[in-house]
Design a protein. Structure first.
Length: 325
């Protein structure tokens, strides 16, 4: 009887897999981080810039008050999709993720779902989706080290509402169109902080690639309906000069006015890249900068580390292992 039940279950599962696809992928890292004079610092993980004026969904993992801390993250993406007879793909993603929370271990949590419909060059996303700046080509550029302690975007203080890894996210409607070397996106939501407020966020971007270089322009605005309206515009350029991959960032926003930065990477051997980033702006105390390395160990496993200075003028560093699966 047990064998019959097992065979029946396997047949049903196989039939379901024939009509749809469910894929698992993930990322993990562990190591140590150092921040000079770190006291009750809110840690905002890469995915949205750690800027005072950011209005959007940030992956806040806790507070830390010691300069040297253990760091770890495990992330698993679950993607499901199916296709109609006419070729329209429908699908969705949600994620389970666990991080160290300051000086403590945190439990894994499921985030809010992102659903999509896609045909040809058009893609519609709803739910926990990213706005146009978070999706803008070369917005984040190249982040040295294990956790992205500095990035070319650090001086920008405009709204950047992105896909939330550990929360419900905002209830976004996003339309993306790609054809040839052109890509455009528009997005809107009425609850950009994901906790039931009345903040409305709108965004738009365009990008075009020519001769190996991509130029992208994006705009995002967040209005709380009570007189606070924060917006930001970002122009990025990315490409390669010789053996160096480069990204350039220029931003303007209501909070900090002008911001700018650049980042890049270049190989120094068959398995090692040097990665660097610089950023400054009117709303930060100091320029942030960092240089690091990324050494491949084989099997999609990398040893990463960096040293630099954050926008508060404090020394930052990290070292650890990152791998994909």
């Amino acid at each position: 009887m047990k064998n019959v039940l097992f065979a029946t279950t396997a047949l049903v599962a196989t039939a379901g897999m024939a009509a749809a696809e469910i894929n698992f992928s993930g990322f993990a890292r562990f190591g140590v981080t150092y921040v000079e004079d770190r006291t009750n610092t809110v840690i905002v993980t890469p995915g949205t810039p750690n800027s005072p004026g950011v209005v959007g969904v940030a992956d806040v993992t806790g507070t830390e008050d010691s300069e040297l801390n253990l760091e770890h993250r495990l992330r698993i993406n679950i993607d499901a999709s199916t296709q109609t007879d006419s070729g329209v793909e429908f699908g969705g993603r949600f994620r389970v993720e666990a991080n160290e929370s300051g000086e403590d271990q945190s439990q894994g949590v499921f985030n809010g779902a992102r659903l999509h419909a896609e045909v040809g060059g058009f893609r519609l996303e709803v739910g926990n989706a990213s706005h146009a700046l978070d999706n803008l080509a070369n917005f984040y550029g190249f982040e040295p080290g294990l956790v992205g302690a500095v990035g070319q975007y650090n001086g920008f203080s405009g709204p950047v509402s992105g896909f939330s890894s550990t929360g419900t996210g905002a209830n976004v409607v996003s339309a993306i169109y790609s054809v040839g070397d052109f890509r455009g996106q528009i997005a809107f939501d009425g609850d950009s902080d994901g906790v039931g407020s009345d903040v409305e966020t709108s965004s738009i971007s365009v990008a075009y690639t020519f001769s190996g270089w991509t130029v992208a322009l994006g705009y995002e605005t967040a209005d709380d309906g009570a007189g606070t309206d924060v917006d930001g515009t970002v122009l990025t350029v990315g490409g390669t000069i010789g053996s160096v991959d480069l990204a350039f960032f220029l931003g303007d926003d209501d909070v900090g006015d002008a911001s700018y930065g650049f980042s890049g990477k270049f190989g120094v051997g068959a398995a090692t890249d040097i990665v660097f980033a610089v950023s400054d702006g009117d709303n930060v105390s100091d320029a942030s900068f960092g240089v690091g390395f990324d050494h491949g160990l084989g099997g999609d496993v990398n040893l990463r580390g960096m040293i630099g200075q954050n926008s508060s003028g404090n020394t930052v560093a990290d070292l650890g292992i990152a791998f994909n699966f």
